[in-house]
Design a protein around this ligand. Structure first.
Ligand SMILES: *Cc1c(COP(=O)(O)O)cnc(C)c1O
Length: 524
């Protein structure tokens, strides 16, 4: 196997090639070419640009002038472009095929959004510009806020959180501030169901709360009796996802809110799955006090791979006074961001970020909303749910749905009961999907379901693409049941890299490239 200088294999392994008696001479594999690290590609003395020599700046740099080359690879523009395009071809992308990662809502991102986000008046502005020069951008924030409040039936929204998890932090900080203002600072417990996304308990713990789990019923919902037993004068809030991470609507959500409020606690709803109910259900009508909306999921922005995102938080009447600054107000003089915690903002708990949040995501989300319109957004939810139920219906004879009774919402959840006795695990099955050209579904989450496989098709997939996906899964499932264990145990066979040691990669990441041979740095 060809290895790069830090010991990672660079060349696609292809057992099928040798089985067929054919191997390429160069190590390339059709369009999937061998690709070294960029540091190994670029010569230190090469450069892609032609700049005049730097003017000596000895005095200005207080003796800190660099005395050796910077050590960056020098590549020409076509070399750099090809390197990254080749790398991109080694990975799955939403622009290649369906991306069924449950809970992540990997939908198509309309190009119109991108065009709007790149309008110079929205993309080439600076947060420190005088507000009089960016009135249009602030108005867009105000309109987005209006839509978010209207769609959720909530009176206030904090736009600035930069992701779902950041929104959770914002919501819990508002709840903490409200309790403290009411002399209830002794409430130190947050309740969350066993099926909660990991960010829920992590956020609560980060805010200094003790997290207590709420049990789940056999049909995948919050156990009301257990919730009631655990509520009390020590509870600050509950965190419940709706639709929940099993892809099911919490039918008792109104009762959950009633019990929570009766105990003097607040109802934080994790709204990451809002695309399943947008235009159909207003969380404000259900008794929710705070809920983040992942704009990058529900209202489309390319995400995954680390960002970017935006997680505005809608707030109830009770929590609105504690919303973080800034927010938008307008009068006859135009639009203005309220930045200081004084006057009407006196009770604001502080700020979530230095400026006002993710402008690019606001524009994309607003473009998505406007291009769908009120009727189209309702259809988003309907199609997301229809697509998931289609997948559930087409696979339930071969795979075991975790909750067979009734329809699901936007995600179809299977467990691994159907793999029993085959010698194939959820992980093996997911890896074999890569050979078929599909990104695996979410595996082993939610934790309450054994060997969970969570499939979220989203509303942007056509029936033809869903069929292509389901047909591939059916072939794999039949193959697993027919005892073709080898196909699964060593999968993926066709990917550039195989089973990576993900634990080692997470615990001991190699983030820095070190030259193996003496640095070829010509210090001249
Ligand atoms: C995605 C997600 C989150 C976290 O959102 P980020 O934007 O990734 O921080 C929280 N809860 C659920 C249920 C999610 O799906």
């Amino acid at each position: 196997m060809s290895m790069n200088t830090v010991g990672r294999p660079t060349r696609p392994e292809a057992p099928n090639d040798s089985e067929a008696g054919f191997t390429s001479l160069s190590g390339g594999r059709g369009l999937l070419q061998d690709e070294p690290l960029i540091f190994e590609l670029g010569g230190w003395t090469k450069t892609g640009v032609d700049l005049p020599d730097a003017v000596a700046a000895d005095g200005a740099l207080a003796g800190l002038t660099r005395d050796e080359p910077i050590g960056l690879p020098g590549l020409s523009e076509p070399e750099a472009v090809r390197h990254y395009v080749r790398l991109s071809q080694k990975n799955h992308a939403i622009d290649l095929a369906l991306y069924p990662l449950g809970s992540c809502t990997m939908k198509h991102n309309p190009r119109l959004n991108e065009k709007m986000a790149r309008l110079p008046g929205l993309s080439d502005i600076h947060p420190l510009q005088p507000q009089s020069t960016v009135q249009g951008a602030i108005e867009l924030m105000d309109r987005l806020a209006h839509w978010l409040k209207t769609l959720t039936g909530m009176p206030a929204v904090a736009l600035s959180p930069k992701a779902g998890a950041h929104g959770e932090l914002c919501g819990l900080l508002a709840i903490r501030a409200a309790h403290e203002a009411a002399g209830n600072g002794h409430r130190k417990t947050v309740l969350a169901p066993t099926s909660a996304h990991g960010t829920n308990p992590a956020t609560a713990a980060f805010c200094g709360y003790t997290v207590v789990e709420i049990a789940q019923t056999d049909d995948g919902r919050v156990d009301l009796a257990d919730l009631e037993a655990k509520l009390g004068d020590h509870v600050a809030a509950i965190m419940v996802t709706n639709p929940n991470t099993c892809g099911l609507f919490e039918r008792d959500v109104v009762e959950i809110a009633r019990l929570t409020h009766a105990a003097g606690a607040y109802f934080y709803c994790d709204g990451a799955n809002f695309n399943a109910i947008v235009g159909r259900v207003r969380p404000g009508d259900l008794g929710v006090d705070a809920m983040h909306i992942n704009l990058h999921k529900t209202f489309s922005t390319p995400h995954g791979g680390g960002g970017p995102g935006a997680g505005p938080v809608v707030l109830s009447e009770a929590l609105a006074p504690f919303a973080p600054t800034p927010w938008v107000v307008h009068d006859e003089n135009g639009y203005k961001l309220v930045e200081e915690a004084e006057g009407v903002a006196a009770q604001a708990f502080g700020r979530m970020s230095a400026f006002h949040g993710q402008m690019g995501m606001y524009v994309r989300a607003y473009a998505y909303m406007l291009s769908h319109g009120a009727d189209g957004l309702k259809q988003v939810a309907e199609d997301a749910v229809l697509n998931a139920n289609y997948i559930k219906a087409r696979l339930s004879d071969l795979m075991s749905p975790a909750f067979p009774e009734g329809p699901c919402m936007h995600e179809a959840l299977f467990d691994d009961a159907w793999l029993e006795g085959t010698g194939v695990t959820t992980l093996d099955f997911a890896k074999a999907m890569i050979d078929e050209g599909f990104h695996p579904m979410t595996m082993y989450f939610p934790l309450v379901v054994h060997g969970a496989m969570l499939i979220e098709p989203t509303e942007t997939e056509s029936k033809a693409e869903l069929d292509r996906f389901v047909d591939a899964l059916r072939l794999l499932a039949e193959s697993a049941k027919a005892g073709a264990v080898e196909r699964f145990k060593n999968a993926p066979h066709l990917a550039p890299l195989k089973r990576l040691d993900e634990t080692l990669a997470a615990r001991k990441p190699k983030l820095k490239w070190k030259p193996v041979a003496p640095a070829p740095l010509a210090a001249e």
